[in-house]
Design a protein around this ligand. Structure first.
Ligand code: PLP
Length: 321
């Protein structure tokens, strides 16, 4: 197995000085109309604004960083996380982003002091430019999802969640948003078979769903409001090997369901997350995921990097009751 639970445990120790233990909001039965309870993990409070900081720190602390620093290709959150980790650890960072990246994320990467190259229509274009840069300069290339270091780093969010649940409690099911799949692969490697791992993808960006249906990673076309975080056209090979064995199912949600979940989090809890950060909850609020009985369902709120004006139109602006 390319990523073991021990790898995740080691990653967790390694990154502990640099990241936040993000809190849980445990809601009793009937939250969001479900018979059972819901455990929200507020990972959007993570440094850099998403779980991506976990993988970024794990890569840099474990591998060491050459004189020319680090580089990454990213639609946004991974780039912000690599820029953040590099700044904290005192390394140079050069981030390659495709033109679809959101202005909020580009501004954040710049503010973190990284050099940034915005070029190419798709993530794949940024990835090719980044790989060429790493070859020329010797910079450490931190992959957004498909390496053991990145997957083990992302898996630490599952280890932490398990530690934070009340005594002897466990999650019967966990809903996780999927882009290239590093996050769900890491979490799936941590949780044991008691926890059903359910991937959530936008209907317009279903790379994991398509891969599981085809028996191998395949390219999909991408068109979703969550494309700047969940918009990978294809899942990684290593991700696929793990997901094939450990992911129970994939649920698809459309853009209006994602928007609705984002608005509900704001209206009911004053939680502001980006579309990719609301996708997992959208599986519940849209009815796409219906647990059979009163089980405990975990929902990872994984990213905060949103411009408030971009989603407040449909949100109820009354204060929560
Ligand atoms: C907020 C957010 N959620 C989920 C994901 C998906 O992560 P992965 O590419 O590891 O599947 C991303 C990826 O950028 C993200 O930024």
């Amino acid at each position: 197995v390319a990523v073991s639970r021990e790898d995740i445990r080691r990653a967790s120790d390694r990154i502990a000085p640099h990241i936040r233990r993000t809190p849980l909001l445990n809601l009793p039965g009937h939250a969001f109309g479900l018979p059972g309870s819901v455990s929200l993990k507020l990972e959007y409070l993570q440094v850099s604004g998403s779980f991506k900081a976990r993988g970024a720190f794990n890569n840099m602390v474990a591998q060491g960083v050459p004189a020319n620093g680090v580089t990454a290709a990213s639609g946004g959150n991974h780039g912000a996380a690599v820029a953040f980790a590099a700044a904290q650890l005192g390394f140079k960072a050069h981030i390659f982003v495709p033109e679809i990246a959101s202005p909020a994320k580009i501004a954040k990467i710049r503010k973190l002091g990284a050099e940034i190259t915005i070029r190419g229509a798709h993530y794949a274009d940024a990835l090719a430019l980044c790989a060429a840069y790493a070859r020329q300069t010797g910079a450490l290339n931190v992959h957004a999802y498909d390496t053991a270091m990145t997957i083990a780093g992302q898996g630490t969010v599952a280890l932490e969640w398990e530690q934070q649940l009340p005594d002897d409690a466990f999650l019967d099911a966990v809903l996780v948003a999927v882009g290239g799949g590093g996050l769900i692969a890491g979490m799936a490697r941590w949780f044991d078979s008691r926890t059903r791992i359910i991937g959530v993808e936008p209907a317009g960006s279903r790379a994991l769903d398509a891969a599981l249906a085809s028996g191998h990673p395949v390219e999909v076309t991408v068109n979703s409001i969550a494309a700047d975080s969940l918009g990978a056209k294809i899942v990684g090979d290593l991700v696929f090997k793990i997901a094939r064995n450990r992911v129970d199912s994939v649920v698809l949600v459309d853009d209006s369901a994602i928007r609705d979940a984002q608005n509900r989090l704001w209206s009911e809890f004053r939680i502001a997350v980006e579309p990719g950060g609301a996708a997992a909850l959208a599986a519940i609020t849209s009815g796409a995921f219906r647990p059979p009985n009163s089980i405990r369902t975990g929902v990872l709120l994984c990213g905060a990097n949103v411009d408030l004006r971009s989603f407040s139109d449909g949100a109820n602006d009354d204060a929560p009751i």
